[in-house]
Design a protein around this ligand. Structure first.
Ligand SMILES: [Zn+2]
Length: 278
């Protein structure tokens, strides 16, 4: 897996704004972009006030290759300057600089966390931003709320020259992907792998090995990838999540997930192992 290249996460903004910064502006979970011919770009401005758009909240994110990055949330019902639109993050992947895309993935989660933790979950009174940490703090009881992350496992199960893929009910198209699911409280990642594969396919696995991880900001998951080896069992669709599952060889592939996902990186790893990566 690739490292996130040159991004340095920070909470406290620079004392002075020098030069232009990247501004990741959201309305809900939609990102404000400049439309170019077939690409999009992130506004690069000395200050967001240049756009004269009303801002609901603002956070400093850190810097990418020395360029400062901020995120803001915009109100609904505003008129955008010409050439600018809001787009869903999934739809801009591959159409903009990839480093900036993943910073946008950080940004949308910071905005969502800040929006949804305005009040203390214990006493119900308004919270304050912590002065130095990425946290909101209750002035009454001291409860700290950090940005939420939901760890999920995703696993490629191998049986000889075949891999286990499933078609989830939630997929809009006839796409097949690796088994995935959220980690439960009290569970290790490896236990989650074994449980999810069993629940979703009826298959028992062994040799669970770490593959790599990927932030998945839809809305706030961290995907932790594994490979595993078939041990026993026949495919049975256990829960309601999948409408089909099967063993696929490199020579007979179903429609696969897009290149944004760690699922595809796992599948490509398998194809490469088989000497069949196109
Ligand atoms: Zn409280």
């Amino acid at each position: 897996m690739e490292e996130n290249r040159n991004f340095a996460s920070r909470v406290i903004p620079p004392a002075e704004k020098t030069g232009r910064a990247w501004w990741f502006a959201f309305q809900g979970d939609k990102l404000l972009v400049h439309q170019e011919t077939d690409r999009v770009s992130i506004p690069l401005l000395a200050d967001f006030t240049e756009l004269r758009l009303p801002v609901l909240r603002q956070h400093y994110l850190g810097h990418l290759d020395g360029g400062h990055c901020y995120t803001v949330e915009l109100a609904g019902g505003i008129t955008l300057p010409g050439g600018m639109t809001f787009e869903g993050l999934r739809h801009v992947y591959g159409r903009m600089d990839e480093d900036l895309f993943w910073v946008a993935g950080r940004a949308v989660q910071i905005i969502d966390w800040d929006r949804t933790h305005q009040f203390c979950g214990r006493c119900g009174i308004p919270t304050n931003l912590h002065p130095t940490d990425r946290a909101r703090e209750c002035p009454q009881c001291g409860l700290l709320n950090f940005p939420r992350l939901a760890p999920a496992i995703i696993v490629l199960v191998q049986r000889g020259h075949e891999m286990l893929l499933a078609r989830a009910r939630r997929f809009p198209t006839a796409m097949y992907s690796t088994i995935a699911g959220f980690v439960e409280p009290g569970e290790t990642l490896e236990e989650a792998v074994v449980r999810e594969v069993k629940e979703e396919s009826g298959i028992a696995v062994k040799d669970v090995r770490y593959f790599g991880s990927q932030p998945w900001p839809f809305p706030h998951s961290l995907m932790v990838g594994f490979t595993a080896v078939y041990e026993s069992g026949e495919i049975t669709l256990g829960d309601e999540e999948n409408i089909d599952a099967g063993w696929f060889s490199a020579d007979h592939l179903p429609p696969l997930p897009g290149r944004i996902s760690i699922a595809r990186k796992l599948i490509d790893w398998f194809l490469e192992e088989q000497g069949k990566l196109p």
